[in-house]
Design a protein around this ligand. Structure first.
Ligand code: URA
Length: 433
């Protein structure tokens, strides 16, 4: 077999066999297929999408390229949750403790952020002393004892994806549904959980800019999971504007804590209830959405969900006093309000651009090795649908410097303010099983 022949066959629209996909992926991981041939293959796939069978072969090859987590030592139902990535997305920090307070086991390997989206690990590391690298023994013990652990990758899982994703990132080949689906699902399968909830973001701040392609991606992922005997749920959610009111690492942890205290922003709270209820129904802990919502509210009101977060922070060596005293988080020197230039309704607040501003403040990375500042970020005082008077504060910038005029100017253009109110887009767009 020769890589060049496989690339040509794919380019001409012929479906590839299991053996051909094995030859490519295995060879790429071992280094016998060079970056330039893999890049050509990936680009061909962007123009001639992977068929359902090819996606399956690709997923299985990637899965088998590394270790798989064996969760059989964990007593109870193991669930996993994955978001395709968004701005202000701190959902795991709320949904995780909620479902853990019902006894579901969330043994979660998470990732760091790059570019305009934040990663859960960076957010957790804004908690003083919080450890994301714990030993496998500690990890399993923690999940057995308190039902939740969110850690970094301490196993060599799906090395094929690490190498391929880095190449896709620099060759303009990320945005292919088959490649995204096989990348995400190979990692979820390797993580071992039987029930997998996917939060597929749709809109400006997401990979999938429109609902049609998000549905296609969700269907592809659900099928791949089901073929591997996993229970799959994909929830399509709106990422036109940032999620919640806070963007930035410690700010997002604070917003997650406030939501667990019952004081969350309405749409963000709705999303957390919806995702949690899907897991509770799928695992038969609750029979209906009404029952799930009512029981989740009880767990919020009686602070059991909040206590799960406290336990997780304690087990992972963090200072859990942050839950009661936000001054223990890293602090900024300046909090600067951005005044509105107009009176009217906020019609648009593009998530990706707000994420970009947060990154410029130091909350995110341009390059993998960049250091981030946990304290900086943006608190959105106004969101889509809100009425604002000229001069009112649109948002508050948390910064270590006063020299942010460019960012202020940019934010004043990101907030699009018009005379008429726009129908607010719902946060939940579709659920696919
Ligand atoms: N997230 C992933 O893990 N993989 C992709 O290809 C895209 C988003």
């Amino acid at each position: 077999m020769r890589a060049v022949d496989i690339i040509i066959r794919k380019k001409q629209g012929f479906p590839l066999t299991k053996e051909e996909i094995h030859f490519l992926i295995d060879g790429y991981v071992k280094g016998t297929i060079p970056d330039y041939q893999m890049s050509a293959f990936l680009m061909a796939v962007c123009f001639v999408p992977l068929t359902e069978e090819e996606q399956y072969y690709m997923t299985m090859e990637m899965l088998q390229s590394g270790e798989q987590l064996d969760l059989s030592n964990i007593n109870g139902i193991c669930v996993d949750k994955h978001s395709t990535g968004g701005v202000g997305d701190k959902t795991t920090l709320v949904v995780g403790p909620i479902v853990a307070s019902f006894g579901l086991k969330l043994a979660k390997m998470s990732g760091r952020g790059l570019g305009h989206t934040g990663g859960t690990l960076d957010k957790l590391e804004s908690i003083p002393n919080f450890q994301i690298n714990i030993t496998p023994q500690e990890f399993f013990k923690q999940v057995n004892e308190i039902s939740i652990a969110v850690v970094g990758q301490s196993f060599n899982m799906v090395p094929a994806d690490k190498k391929l994703y880095a190449l896709r990132d620099v060759t303009g080949t990320v945005e292919s549904i088959g490649l995204i689906a096989s990348s995400i699902i190979s990692k979820k399968l390797a993580s071992g959980a039987k029930t997998i909830l996917l939060d597929v973001k749709v809109g400006d701040g997401a990979f999938m800019k429109d609902k049609k392609s998000a549905i296609e991606l969700a269907n592809a992922m659900v099928k791949l999971g089901k073929k591997n005997n996993r229970q799959m749920i994909a929830v399509l959610t709106n990422m036109e504007e940032p999620l919640g009111r806070m963007v930035g690492n410690s700010l997002e942890v604070i917003e997650a804590i406030e939501t667990l205290k019952g004081n969350g922003e309405e749409k963000f709270t709705e999303l957390c209830y919806e995702l949690s209820s899907e897991l509770l129904i799928e695992t038969k802990i609750c029979k209906s959405k009404e029952e799930a919502y009512q029981k989740i509210k009880e767990k919020i009101d009686n602070k059991e969900a909040l206590e799960k977060l406290r336990q997780m922070i304690n087990y992972q060596h963090g200072n859990s006093n942050v839950i009661d005293d936000y001054s223990l988080f890293p602090q900024v020197k300046y909090k600067i309000d951005v005044p509105s230039l107009k009176t009217g309704y906020v019609r648009m607040l593009k998530a990706e651009e707000i994420g970009h501003c947060a990154m410029l403040l130091g909350a995110g990375r341009k390059n993998k090795e960049d250091k981030i500042d946990y304290a900086v970020g943006i608190v959105l005082n106004k969101k889509v649908g809100d009425f604002v008077h000229q001069g009112d504060s649109l948002c508050t910038i948390y910064s270590q410097t006063r020299d942010i005029q460019e960012i202020i100017n940019k934010i004043q253009t990101i907030y699009q303010i018009e005379d008429n109110n726009k129908n607010n887009m719902p946060i939940i767009l579709e659920i696919i099983r």
